[in-house]
Design a binder for this molecule. Sequence first.
Ligand code: KIV
Length: 294
Amino acid sequence: MTETPKPRYASWTTGKLPLPELREMKRRGEKIVMVTAYDAPSGRLADAAGIDVVLVGDSSGMVVHGRESTVAVTLDEILFMTQWVSRGAKRPLVVADMPFGSYEVSDEQAVANAMRLVKEGGADAVKLERGGTTVARAGAIVAAGVPVMGHVGLTPQTATVLGGFKAQGRTAERARLLLEEASALESAGCFAVVLEAVPATVARTITQALGVPTIGIGAGGDCDGQVLVWHDMLGYYEGHAPRFVKRYADLGEAITEALGRYAEDVRSGAFPEEQHTYAMPPEELAAFEAAKKD
Ligand code: KIV
């Protein structure tokens, strides 16, 4: 049996990992571990495994809800999932992904929706994609008192503009732009920046340039932390996982095998057994049988 890792950090009364600790971890050279989760049991399991940050990602649109992209994910979907995850994940910081269309219109829209995720969803922080106009939105949300995580590189919400789910920052010009975007997000007050699908060398430069932690996904080992999508890393997703995913389990196979045995047992009568059924006192049974005859 694997032992549950002990919390490595000082925490406040609720046991929550204090947000400033992430910056301290970067300073100490300790890697930050982040994973997505979409419901209470996965939040609880991530907590039990000693994960630092749990992201209620809009990747849910694809891996949970079977869509082709994250574009159609709604604020209400993220809100419900954030409520579920935050009931399960106590120590990890819970970051709610702001879905496409929930922060682009104005600072007011961005702040109001971020507030909902914190007040109604129980999120500790929110995440926004892209640089550009997102920088001002991130600044407005931070100014309103909600911590913000940035996200640059491959930004799935605007994959159409990027020409698909492709690595970003592979030319000197695009790499320079990424560095500028990440630095602008830091200046706007973001407490961390996700770097998705960018060359490891570019991610290293950005990581060295930023005071706040970078969290990589397909961005090499020099980022201050790593994030993976729950279903991808646990083999619980039918689609094609990106090349940067390392599979740590094959839950899809385990579940199919278990369901197959269940179906076999039901069809053969091997399930349910005595232990799975309820008895009744013999005198009550006798009375019931007698009543039937009347
Ligand atoms: O939605 C998501 O899961 C994400 C991660 C890939 C960083 O944004």
